[in-house]
Design a protein around this ligand. Structure first.
Ligand code: G3P
Ligand code: CA
Length: 238
């Protein structure tokens, strides 16, 4: 089955990674949604891509790790997208999990670079267990050490290994990593047919990111990709 992930929720229709963006994606029938997580100063999991809020508000230049959840919840991050979203705040992961039906697959990306959040793996596992979300989630990261930490804590959690650069034979790197990786998430510009075949031969699902054009999507499907991360998933079959 092909699975197309709504990247940061439906980010063309609502502020990315927010409850509104997730609800929009669900309203389009999304079967899979991608989100980014980080830790606040007081150790709460919040859903955001950047390590600061500069794209969303002028009220602070502090890093996410320098702000408490209470401080973050005072900040309107919706108005920068549209007045229709005035008053929208960052969501906690827990808030988002509360509105996501269990049949929707979540890809939760640990946004660990350049900031490294010590202990984020334990907190994420605790949150997923509390919401009975272990089976229907993939946890991904560009920080492969974080994936190793996760596997050490929970041998069954599905791991998604993200790559930005075009490295040689990444499927071999994954197989030699000692990790039980479920899926390989390459940058779309690095993907070719050989990569897709070799990934499948290595027992991996392959979900390239970020695929927004129909032509590149169709080429990936023809080559056998298992799905994509997309800012426009509603133009593909979700
Ligand atoms: O998980 C795919 C994609 O989200 C990775 O890149 O920078 O959009 O988080 P980025
Ligand atoms: Ca991401």
């Amino acid at each position: 089955m092909v699975l197309n992930f709504a990247h940061r929720g439906s980010l063309t229709e609502a502020p990315e990674n927010t409850l509104s963006a997730v609800k929009k994606a669900l309203s389009h029938g999304a079967k899979a949604i991608e989100l980014d997580v980080q830790l606040t100063k007081d150790g709460e999991l919040v859903v955001i891509h950047d390590h600061h809020l500069k794209r969303f508000t002028k009220e602070t230049t502090k890093l996410i790790k320098e702000l408490t959840l209470e401080e973050i919840k005072q900040l309107d991050i919706g108005s920068a997208f549209s007045q229709a979203y005035e008053g929208e705040t960052l969501a906690t992961l827990s808030e988002i999990l509360s509105v996501c039906p269990s049949e929707v697959l979540l890809n939760i990306e640990i946004k660990n670079i350049p900031v490294i959040y010590q202990g984020i793996e334990e907190k994420l596992l605790y949150c997923l267990e509390k919401h009975q979300r272990i089976d229907n989630s993939i946890v991904s990261s560009f920080d492969h050490a974080a994936l190793q930490n996760l596997q050490n804590l929970h041998s069954e959690i599905k791991l998604g290994m993200l790559f930005y650069y075009r490295i040689l034979r990444p499927w071999e790197y994954i197989q030699n990593s000692g990790l039980n990786v479920y899926s390989f998430h390459p940058n779309i510009v690095t993907v070719d047919k050989e990569m897709i075949k070799a990934s499948h031969d290595a027992g991996l699902k392959i979900y390239p990111y970020t695929v927004n054009e129909m032509t590149s999507y169709n080429a990936l499907m023809e080559a056998g990709a298992d799905g994509v991360f997309s800012n426009n998933p509603h133009i593909f079959a979700m």
